[in-house]
Write a protein that binds this ligand. Structure first.
Ligand code: SF4
Ligand code: SF4
Length: 428
């Protein structure tokens, strides 16, 4: 693990804002791990806010809902931050805002019914992974330890912190629902020490004993990266090691991000599908970094067009997500996805543009790898085209955290080589 510059101010300490009236929303049919969803609407259809517009296809998939009332004006391929271009639905939005009222009492619902609600609401892992939550919450092995991930260890990002501070009750409500499904023996709330207000609020929520949680405990962790990785967090809290190629349920654990907990709460109590989320907009190019509630499908460019965000320095790089694991974008015309935690706008001052040099075999990348891997071996084998030899060095265990690239004195974009290796390794 490494200590990285945090760059979390000022957005960390500013109350979140809202931008919930985009002119249009662009909704790719693939915003999750698994098969893309299948559209249920046609050109010209009128849709209501929260209406199902695409259904899951296959076992691992997710549904998609209209984030606003409006008219379907296109079903076509448009820019996708990860897949470059992908088929999606464009809705021209009306201003009208739907009100959500408390509709259900989860104490009257059984496990199957709750999982069905979570599936119908299109909830996926909102920390970035995008794995359908109803599948994750129905593991093939017994879970005894639930870990709530409030670490948010990537620099700049602060949306989880604001959510924990401003919506503590909703996050706890979601955790209570997860406990009803999994029946764990204990719950750990993991928060880094740089989030004092969240720690305070979580501690008081536990002490009032309002929530039905088994042995809840707040774990305050020293800030370091990649603390929020599932396997890292499980080891830190339980000293259990997820085996190579294994998943957290293999060691009786399940890790859930706080934003996903909040979405579960909204779906189960208010019948509100996953149609909006809190996103961090930050970086030294930005005049006014902040966290904003936005509708899924909002174009990043619209936030500038509407004057919600402004630049103060020349923009040289845009990153979707954090600087360690995020993806560089070539324009602002990309939509916010269900999995978008942040968008960073960086000037020349924050970009390392030195050219790649030969590996000097310093082993710094090996020292910092949280998975105990040999990053320099990945680079060597990919450069030689030895994709069939990548499994021998456990490339699939790489969580693409970026620690190796971050410290490499030869400026080798190691994660880029790893991604290429995984891609070619899979398709050979
Ligand atoms: S940190 Fe960079 S230069 Fe050092 S061994 Fe790893 S790849 Fe080579
Ligand atoms: S090899 Fe993978 S897991 Fe290890 S530091 Fe690099 S990106 Fe992270």
């Amino acid at each position: 693990m490494i200590r990285v510059e945090e760059y979390k101010l000022p957005q960390h300490d500013l109350p979140s804002e809202k931008f919930l009236h985009p002119k249009k929303v662009y909704l790719p049919l693939s915003q999750h791990i698994g098969k893309p969803s299948k559209e249920l609407v046609s050109l010209g259809n009128l849709v209501d806010e929260g209406e199902l517009i695409a259904k899951p296809e296959g076992k691992v998939s997710s549904s998609l809902h209209a984030p606003k009332k409006g008219k379907v004006v296109a079903i076509e391929y448009f820019p996708h931050p990860v897949l470059k271009r992908y088929k999606g639905i464009t809705i021209e939005c009306q201003e009208e805002e739907k009100k959500y009222f408390r509709t259900k009492d989860p104490s009257l619902l059984d496990k199957e019914k709750i999982l069905q609600i979570i599936e119908s609401a299109g909830i996926v892992g909102m920390g970035g992974a995008g794995f359908p939550t109803h599948i994750k919450l129905n593991p093939p092995k017994k879970i005894d330890t639930l870990i709530i991930n409030g670490c948010e260890c990537e620099p700049y990002l602060a949306c989880d912190y604001r959510l924990m501070v401003e919506n503590t009750q909703g996050v706890f409500g979601g955790v209570e629902i997860i406990c009803k499904i999994l029946q764990p023996k204990r719950v750990f709330f993991c928060i880094e020490e740089n989030k004092p207000e969240a720690i305070k609020r979580f501690n008081s929520s536990i002490s009032i004993k309002k929530y039905d949680l088994p042995s809840p405990q707040i774990v305050v962790l020293k800030s370091c990266y990649p603390q929020g990785g599932e396997k890292q967090l499980i080891y830190k809290v339980t000293k259990r090691k997820v085996p190579s190629g294994g998943l957290p349920f293999d060691v009786g654990c399940l890790v859930q991000n706080v934003a996903t907990c909040f979405s579960i709460y909204q779906a189960v109590y208010y019948s509100k599908p996953l149609i909006e989320r809190l996103v961090t907009f930050a970086g030294d190019s930005l005049f006014n970094p902040k966290n904003i509630w936005v509708k899924v499908g909002t174009l990043i460019s619209e936030l500038f067009e509407q004057g919600i965000l402004q630049f103060k320095k020349e923009l040289r790089k845009v990153i979707l997500g954090g600087p360690m694991m995020g993806i560089a974008l070539d324009s602002l015309d990309y939509p916010i996805l269900k999995t978008t935690t942040g968008v960073l706008f960086l000037s020349q001052d924050r970009i390392d543009q030195e050219p790649e040099q030969e590996c000097i075999r310093c082993a710094r990348c090996v020292d910092v790898c949280p998975m105990g891997l040999l990053p320099l071996e990945f680079v060597k084998r990919v450069k030689r085209g030895e994709f069939e030899k990548l499994d021998e060095v456990f490339i699939k265990d790489c969580i693409e955290c970026g620690c190796c690239s971050w410290g490499c004195p030869a400026k080798i974009p190691i994660v880029h080589y790893i991604k290429v290796g995984k891609l070619y390794g899979t398709h050979r």
